[in-house]
Design a protein around this ligand. Structure first.
Ligand SMILES: C[S@@+](CC[C@H](N)C(=O)[O-])C[C@H]1O[C@@H](n2cnc3c(N)ncnc32)[C@H](O)[C@@H]1O
Length: 375
């Protein structure tokens, strides 16, 4: 998709998937945080117009509706802080947010404040969050540009200083792989986004590895900024253009909930969305079941390394932190491994008290761990 010029543009299927992911995650995030804090904040640096050509909601409206539903069950408050550069989009956004407010009860709208500002997101967004005392309190920041790179590392570093901040950034690798090698200005944009020049090793990578390399460099950048856990979600639009959503949190619970959201959006692999109109998509086998064969192999390797085996909670934590899979998928995987004769369990019932050991001679646990290597 070319960068749209109109104030309001057509929503792509991959944007719908992005909104679905955001909604699924915020539906988990909001009640957890509202149960412990009086005020939580949702901020966007690139808010858009709040609506698409056919009337579909933009991300600020998606978020607003999630929070409105959460506030029906909680007496607390939510603040939305929205920045957008284009004045035409700001005007539309104001209209859309007023409509969202009018669709909700007055007492809900009164506890769900909206602060819209027109202008360049940086450093205005950070200043506003500082000034209003939102840093250090529960805060989710969506930095959803057209792919950039346009998020300075210095901003991520400031946000990452606080344990209660989570970020989701849209990152498009093609700009840097295509243009930056021969263009000083573009290379400098890359340096500012990554906070170092390490990413420039991409120029020496084979073509097939360039995007993966940049994605992993960007995850490393988020970790360097303080977000100890990162996840990525890959989106491919109708023209085969790849965008990554990169999520950073300092909480294992946030990691778990984002994985749950990702597996809901992509029930087969948990990490990607491909536009059905993309011709490459049509060449891929359609998989309707979760592809958990790599998880079985990864777990089998992990169990085999421990002479006394592993407990189910150990396997679940390992799955959460080291794989694309979810802790909730572990019990089924262990059962399948036992059925194939690869492991034994003690006792037989598989629950949090079960210890899992490699069978004396284990048959192969499944196909290659290609998906594990995606991490
Ligand atoms: C991908 S769109 C946002 C879409 C929106 N988050 C959604 O999902 O509905 C990116 C938006 O960022 C705005 N933008 C671009 N550069 C900006 C900047 N430096 N500061 C603030 N907004 C910017 C664009 O005008 C555009 O509306």
């Amino acid at each position: 998709m070319a960068v749209p010029k109109d104030a309001v543009w057509e929503r792509d299927p991959h944007t719908a998937a992005k909104h679905d992911l955001l909604k699924q995650y915020l539906e988990a995030w909001a009640p957890i945080l509202l149960s412990r804090h009086d005020v939580i904040t949702y901020a966007e640096g690139f808010a858009g117009a709040g609506v698409y050509k056919q009337g579909e909601p933009g991300s600020p409206v998606v978020a607003y509706e999630v929070f409105a539903r959460a506030l029906h069950r909680s007496p607390k408050r939510v603040r939305l802080v929205l920045m957008e550069e284009d004045p035409r989009r700001v005007e539309e956004l104001q209209r859309q947010m007023a409509l969202a407010q009018s669709r909700n009860r007055e007492d809900i709208a009164a506890r769900l404040s909206i602060d819209i500002e027109q202008g360049d997101f940086h450093p205005a967004l950070l200043r506003k969050l500082q000034r209003t005392g939102r840093l250090g309190k529960p805060l989710f920041v969506l930095l959803d540009s057209f792919g950039g790179p346009d998020i300075p590392y210095s901003l991520l570093h400031e946000l990452g200083r606080y344990r209660s901040t989570e970020v989701m950034v849209t990152f498009e690798p093609a700009f840097l792989t295509r243009f930056a090698e021969r263009h000083d200005g573009h290379r400098q944009l890359g340096d500012e986004a990554f906070g170092s020049q390490e990413w420039q090793h991409v120029f020496r990578q084979p073509s097939s590895h360039k995007f993966t390399f940049l994605r992993e460099q960007y995850r490393a950048t988020l970790r360097q900024a303080g977000f100890t856990h990162t996840l990525y979600f890959e989106m491919v639009d109708e023209g085969g253009r790849k965008l990554y959503l990169i999520f950073g949190t300092q909480h294992e619970r946030g990691l778990e909930k984002m994985k749950d959201a990702m597996w809901k959006v992509d029930p087969s692999y948990g990490i990607r969305y491909r536009d059905p109109r993309d011709t490459e998509q049509q060449m891929l086998d359609l998989v309707f079941e979760p592809d958990t064969a790599p998880l079985r192999r990864i777990l089998h390797d992990f169990i085999s390394e421990a002479p006394k085996g592993r407990t189910v909670p150990e396997l679940q934590r390992y799955t959460l932190l080291e794989t694309v899979y979810r802790p909730a998928q572990v019990i089924t995987a262990v059962r399948q491994l036992r059925e194939s004769g690869a492991v034994t369990t003690e006792p037989r019932a598989i629950n949090t008290k079960t210890r899992v050991s490699a069978a004396a001679t284990s048959p192969s646990a499944g196909p290659s761990a290609e998906q594990g290597a995606l991490w």
